[in-house]
Design a protein. Structure first.
Length: 271
């Protein structure tokens, strides 16, 4: 029986023929997911699957308001002039516990985020190796603040055969402006390629199919999902608690008695 590794360097989980590696030191990133020996995630220190918190996607020029206060976040060089994907994806997390097929991790919210709090991620493989559940919690240490949370997985476009097919049925698409931020208009879903946010008020439900190889379903009770398929190596299906620039347009307040909690499930079957 494979035993988990629970060092801060890597946590290795296994269930049946599913093998998962989490790297706490690199933003608690899912660095590898192998099914029957086949890797599903794009490799690299900025890829795999990372947590977006305490905001998702772009925040307009890094600025947002909390009441009468105008706050400034660092602008991301690759997304200038906007702030991008939160503060926790590149900093070390702490492993709270790990067993053979599940683990829990936590990280403090500190500068440049203006409030104290913490983010927790729980990772669990299904006992029969047929799926994965990820759960996030954002908590405040004191005063309430606006926040978002989500995941940014990079699924390989090709597993050795045909390219992946993406199937989903959103109710709307957030119109994307020239600045890559939602304009506030909801439009009919458009064909790809995408770097776009979609509304799924009944919950995120996206199917990735690698013909003749694997079907993987991404599900969540969250109502927004960003799809990104503009790179040849990989595609992204990102469940989020709100749309990009949501700190400005649709803030979800984290309070001492009500944390922000969300989860996503990936389930798969071999074809």
């Amino acid at each position: 029986m494979t035993q988990p590794s629970a060092s801060d360097d890597a946590v290795k989980l296994q269930a049946a023929d599913a093998e998962l590696v989490v790297e706490p030191r690199n933003g608690c990133r899912l660095a590898s997911l192998r099914l029957r020996g086949t890797e599903l995630l794009r490799q690299g220190e900025r890829h795999g699957c990372f947590v977006m918190a305490p905001w998702c996607g772009r925040t307009d020029h890094g600025r947002f308001r909390n009441g009468g206060d105008l706050l400034q976040l660092p602008v991301h060089p690759g997304a200038a002039p906007h702030a991008m994907h939160g503060t926790v994806r590149h900093i070390p997390w702490r492993t709270v516990r790990a067993d053979e097929r599940s683990a829990a991790f936590t990280v403090a919210l500190t500068d440049p985020w203006p409030w104290e709090g913490r983010v927790t991620q729980v990772v669990e493989l299904a006992e029969d190796g047929s799926g994965l559940t990820l759960t996030l919690g954002v908590e405040t240490a004191d005063v309430s603040f606006p926040a978002q949370a989500g995941w940014h997985p990079w699924f390989l476009r090709n597993l050795g055969g045909e390219d992946v097919r993406i199937d989903f049925d959103p109710e709307w698409q957030e119109e994307r402006g020239a600045d890559h931020l939602p304009t506030g208009r909801r439009i009919a879903p458009q064909p790809g390629p995408w770097d776009d946010c979609f509304g799924m008020p009944q919950g995120v439900d996206v199917t990735l199919t690698w013909p003749g190889e694997l079907e993987l379903k991404v599900g969540s009770r969250a109502e927004w999902v960003v799809l990104y398929d503009r790179q040849p190596e990989a595609v992204c299906v990102e469940p989020q608690s709100g749309p990009p620039n949501g700190l400005n347009t649709l803030p979800r307040f984290v309070t001492p008695i009500e944390p922000l909690e969300m989860s996503t499930s990936w389930t798969w079957r071999h074809l």
